[in-house]
Design a protein around this ligand. Sequence first.
Ligand SMILES: O=C(O)CCCC[C@@H]1SC[C@@H]2NC(=O)N[C@@H]21
Length: 596
Amino acid sequence: MSDFSLPLDKPSKPPVINIYCSSKETSLDEADKNFEKLKSILCLCLNTDQYVIYHLKPNQLFSDPWEHNTELLIVSSDCNEQEPNNVLSELIQKYLATGGKVLCFGASILHFDFVERKPSAHNSSFTWNFTKMEYQGKVMMVPVISDVSMTSSKLSLVPFNVLGKQENEPKLPLVISMSNSENGILILSQAALDKDPTDFLSSKETFASLQSHNSVRFEVLQDLMSARLGLDSSAPQLPLLTSATLLSAEKNRKKELLHALSCKLHGSNLLIGASVSLQLVESQKDVMHPISAQCLPLIIQEKEDKDVQFQFFTPKEYWENLQTKSLGQLLLYVDVVPTTMPLLYPLITKNYPQAGLVAIAGRQTSGRGRGGNQWISPPGCAMFTLHVCFDASSALGQAPTFLQHFCGLAMVLSVRELPGYEDINIEIKWSNDIVFNNCIKLGGVLVDSYTEEGKLHAFIGAGLNVSNHNPTMCINDLIKLENKMRILNGMDVLPELSKEKIISRTITTFEQIMAKFNSKGPGDFENLLYKYWIHKNINKFSLETENGKNIDVKVCGLDSQGHLSVIEEKEQKQISLNSLQYSMDVKQHLIFKKRT
Ligand SMILES: O=C(O)CCCC[C@@H]1SC[C@@H]2NC(=O)N[C@@H]21
């Protein structure tokens, strides 16, 4: 037997938690969103280093052998699907009989005699009720679907345990657990513990009440996972999310922004965004834990800004190096967040479109890269999203692709325009990678945008690895290399750079490039870009065409829209390539169509 055989009690792959989101009337998009939401909830109550979490889609229920490696199946149903789903019920019964574990939110989706539906509940329109639930001495407000209940009298026909019941109503169970002889466990919860308070924003009072019980909800969920279902809920390596803080070097800017936002507020303190909402709070002591990915507390006051300290960020270093008129002067800083990309949406207001807001993160738990890739985001990476806004009819509004190039160039210049750092050999590879040695990637840029009322809003996300030696290389590794050479030549060594300095210098340079582009056109910008472009030397490529044939092209620069301009060698014909459709592989000298 080989020394490398697996110990018998070890799974060959990590155990899976499958989440099934019922989607009868909800669109598939909605089901995806629900899945993401549930996944972020699980990340707060499970050791996510131990499990992989997948979305089990309706079409996979029968086609994939999901039962084999599923440690837990979570079923989440919403108001739209209250007729029992017989097929799903049967499948779950089978899975339980083989020792499976199921946690089901929304008792009425499964077919059980003890789930009673009042006649009105057979109509398609269901509503939510809010009731107090007692779970092992803890009391909390929970949403339940009205007109559906679990009837104790009929429940006596099955072996069950009441875990949560309506406060003062022992006969009305809200959460029960049932187990069979094969050790299968089913937890059926009529209380919608899978819903966040932000799902109930239409009533200020309801939202406030659910929000105030939110930490109890997580304690209950954690207890269900660990004590009832036997899963590992010890702290994962992933850090807990933290609150954000609004900072500005000038107090007045912060005041102006908050004033401009006052008409966008829901209730007294909520700013809604498409995927993340911000809950404005006065100080750290008003922050409720745990922090959910969908509703981030944003501290707006507290001590003087200059006294605030963070785990992964030194504001003083940032302000000292920022020399802009407006960009980056208002800063949303957060130590740990899934991604900075959606954070600024709730703060955008037409009353203050030129706020120049930037969101900076110390680390990200789900950093986004281009083309749906993941962006590894540990603390040593400089990571920010910058908001800019201009007329859609302006030169830049007509060619917003240039923005990503401005940012890539600004990142390179943030290092290479520092006296002594001119030879730190980072360059730009199309479309927007910051590379060393033509192909070792240290950084990149990602832009989201939308147009509203004639204004183009762009959210420019940038990441540059400043001090992580893994998984590739970082700026400070290159500075060390440069220092070896300088020592040999009897020169002073260069200090390593901080991410604060790199971010504020990038934003400063970005603002200058943009201003010059607006006033004088693209000339100066392009000359500077080509100076740091690897394609001044690496310009011969084979281009994949529509008909599958490859043609030889030579990269000649950017076109008037900011797209890559190449010349077909044979016919000398110019072709423009959009980075949304094409990618480049420098090692293979290949430009190929992205597969969608
Ligand atoms: O794929 C790329 O090259 C683009 C990477 C962009 C990463 C940055 S880090 C800050 C911002 N937040 C994200 O989640 N992504 C961008």
